[in-house]
Design a protein around this ligand. Structure first.
Ligand SMILES: CC(C)(COP(=O)(O)OP(=O)(O)OC[C@H]1O[C@@H](n2cnc3c(N)ncnc32)[C@H](O)[C@@H]1OP(=O)(O)O)[C@@H](O)C(=O)NCCC(=O)NCCS
Length: 185
């Protein structure tokens, strides 16, 4: 099923277009955005070619990442992105991540975007479980997970080789039935 824009009160999650690459490059270059992220810093041209490669991709296709732009509905400004990865061996499970431009942090936009994404994954794509890997030092990300009701289900100790050292890894997860119960109340 092709992706169609997701809308909430203040935001629209839309497909990325090649002209977003420069903005994404600029905020990904900022240390406060990249500090706990495992992606390497790409050039604007590399980001543009990744966006082009998403064009014909099925959002729920097993084994692939899909990335969405988070925009403010009123102005169209791109304030960040969220990505999700449908696991190859078990396509009913999805890993996700999210980044916001620092100036747009602290207004509840990530919370709103993540709720839209979880609605999409569970209600439209029919996924069973969504999870996020979080560095225990990433306090804003942990607060976000707690705010949307994600369950902390694992703390792996020195399990992840990250930027030249072994670091701990927290797993926050949500099941479809948990999300549906939460949304109904
Ligand atoms: C992780 C990240 C997306 C969280 O963003 P965030 O801005 O902290 O989260 P939100 O947008 O939901 O904003 C929450 C803040 O807005 C406030 N807020 C204001 N209006 C709000 C509303 N309507 N709903 C919820 N929160 C609201 C909250 O009280 C909270 O304030 P606080 O930061 O003083 O506690 C952001 O820190 C980021 O991009 N980090 C860099 C990339 C990264 O590490 N990503 C995580 C990898 S998974």
């Amino acid at each position: 099923m092709p992706f169609t824009e997701l809308r909430s009160e203040r935001l629209a999650l839309r497909q990325l277009v090649p002209s977003d690459a420069q903005t994404i490059f600029e905020y990904r270059s900022r240390p406060e955005v990249s500090l706990f992220q495992s992606w390497g810093l790409e050039s604007s041209a590399e980001i543009e070619s990744q966006i082009e490669s998403l064009a014909g991709r099925e959002p729920g296709a097993p084994g692939s990442w899909y990335q969405l732009g988070i925009t403010v509905s009123s102005s169209g400004a791109l304030l960040g992105d969220c990505g999700f990865h449908v696991l190859g061996p078990e396509p009913r499970q999805v890993e996700f991540g999210i980044s916001l431009v620092p100036e747009y942090q602290g207004h509840g936009y990530a919370t709103e975007a993540l709720r839209l994404l979880l609605d999409y994954l569970f209600f439209q794509l029919g996924k069973h479980r969504a999870f996020c890997s979080v560095d225990p030092r990433n306090v804003r990300s942990i607060a976000l997970m707690v705010r949307v009701g994600m369950r902390k289900e694992a703390h792996f100790v020195k399990s992840f080789w990250f930027k030249g050292e072994w670091v701990d890894d927290l797993i926050f997860a949500m099941l479809a039935r948990e999300w549906k119960t939460m949304r109904a109340n």
